[in-house]
Design a protein around this ligand. Structure first.
Ligand code: AVI
Length: 318
């Protein structure tokens, strides 16, 4: 397995140094996905209120054969693959179509990648599985594998990037895609705010535990002194930006040391620490983003309830 994450860790530390000194103070969502965080995210994915994976599965169940037929992919690359649960629909379809030779999942969680890769190797013996440990913003490099390639970016992970980061990633992918390659994105759509709030604040507290775990990871790896008891979990819907703002809020004025970054942070009472954003999309706004990145939309598939969309695109102008 590739050792890319070690190479990207210093870049993550530098990004964290900057974001902890920005307004609001912020952590990269990468901190959410240590081993415990990856397990908690699997639990989040099974929560009834967290509809995203099931809606995406509904779409992929019916559309993957068409994706396979249109792309004839020999290589499937998955960015932020996690446990690759919904990827199974694509793997099944490409395997049945007889084109798939190689699967390259990329994720920050090494253990999740390793166990996922073993399961996939066992289920698709003719497919070579070559995982890359890393984060898609820092470790992607050149797209691996023989074309035609299908790059999958599922689960609405695209929504965890700021619009500028998203634009940069989409443009990079557009440049990297070969003529016969395709990009498949799963994106969560704007909907009733009560449902969005419920999706990010379940009664069982699983999402809160998942978000709070980022502090545990930063304390361990960056020698920081974040104290859970001094923060409340306050996910909010940002109407102007149409994203969930997933924040912890300081319950009292206090300071936090981040030893490895030689930082001393002071929090005022009520001050936010943003752990991630989760953008929700509208077709009329997302399609122009694809145009600007020089990606040409080939298909837009939504589930019948209009909660989620899966978008197939190729490089080039509309
Ligand atoms: C991984 N990502 C798409 C999730 C989301 O919905 O933005 C992360 C998450 N955060 C809280 N719950 C789930």
């Amino acid at each position: 397995m590739s050792s890319a994450p070690t190479a990207s860790r210093p870049a993550l530390y530098e990004a964290t140094r900057r974001s902890l000194q920005s307004e609001p103070k912020e952590l990269s969502p990468v901190w959410l996905y240590d081993e415990r965080g990856s397990d908690l995210y699997e639990e989040v994915s099974r929560l009834p209120a967290y509809y995203l994976p099931r809606r995406e599965a509904e779409i992929l169940r019916t559309r993957s054969a068409s994706v396979a037929e249109h792309t004839k992919a020999r290589t499937l690359v998955e960015l932020g693959s996690g446990s690759a649960t919904n990827t199974r629909f694509l793997l099944d379809a490409l395997d049945s179509a007889g084109t798939l030779e190689r699967f390259v999942p990329l994720d920050v969680s090494e253990r999740m990648l390793r166990t996922g890769a073993q399961r996939i190797e066992a289920a698709y013996p003719s497919v070579s599985v070559d995982p890359i440990v890393g984060d898609f913003e820092r470790d992607l490099g050149e797209l691996p594998g023989e074309g035609p390639r299908l790059i999958a970016f599922l689960g609405s992970t695209l929504g965890n990037l700021y619009p500028e980061q998203r634009a940069e990633l989409l443009s990079t992918l557009a440049r990297e895609l070969g003529e016969n390659d395709a990009l498949l994105m799963g994106i969560d759509l704007v909907k009733d705010v009560a449902r969005l709030r419920a999706a990010y604040n379940d009664d069982a507290g699983v999402t809160e535990a998942f978000v709070r775990n980022a502090l545990v990871a930063v304390n361990r790896e960056l020698d920081a002194t974040f104290d859970q008891a001094r923060f409340a979990y306050v996910p909010r819907w940002d109407t102007a930006n149409e994203w969930m703002d997933i924040d912890l809020s300081a319950l009292e004025a206090h300071s936090v040391a981040v030893g490895r970054l030689e930082l001393e942070l002071s929090f005022e009472k009520g001050e936010r620490l943003r752990v991630e954003i989760s953008s929700k999309f509208r077709r009329e706004r997302f399609e122009p983003e694809l145009d600007r990145a020089r990606l040409r939309r080939e298909s837009w598939w939504a589930d019948p309830a209009g909660d989620f969309a899966v978008v197939l695109a190729r490089r080039g102008n509309p």
